[in-house]
Ligand binder design. Structure first.
Ligand SMILES: [Zn+2]
Length: 118
């Protein structure tokens, strides 16, 4: 738990977010600055700084996040049209919030060029 972490505050209900899914292990909410028609963040409740901070004990939650990603994509209607799952690791790769999260992005029309920049 990091008291100055915006994602921890969202998880605790101290900051607003538009949730699309919650369970005991993770929350999923819309990115406030979407870079695609659909752009949600899959965030573990445990404060894990980044992929670089992952330990063996985190294997179960990471696995659940991937399985849930597929279900959230279906929920948001982009499972079959295609989507990206992106994890930025470190500021040099564009990680802004240092609480591990998966970007689930999609919803482009079939003629649009998929956006790779998030
Ligand atoms: Zn956090």
């Amino acid at each position: 738990m990091a008291t100055d972490c915006i994602f921890c505050k969202i998880i605790k209900g101290e900051s607003p977010a538009t949730f699309v899914y919650k369970d005991d292990d993770m929350v999923v909410f819309h990115n406030t600055r979407p870079s695609a028609p659909v752009h949600v963040l899959i965030v573990p409740r445990e404060h894990i700084e980044s992929v670089n901070a992952l330990e063996e004990k985190h294997s179960a939650i990471i696995s659940k996040m991937m399985v849930r990603a597929k279900e959230i994509a279906r929920l948001l209607g982009i499972r079959d049209s295609g989507y990206k799952l992106v994890i930025n690791v470190g500021s040099g790769a564009g990680q802004v919030i240092f609480h591990l999260h998966i970007h689930l992005i999609g919803g482009w029309g079939s003629l649009d060029q998929p956006q790779s920049r998030i």
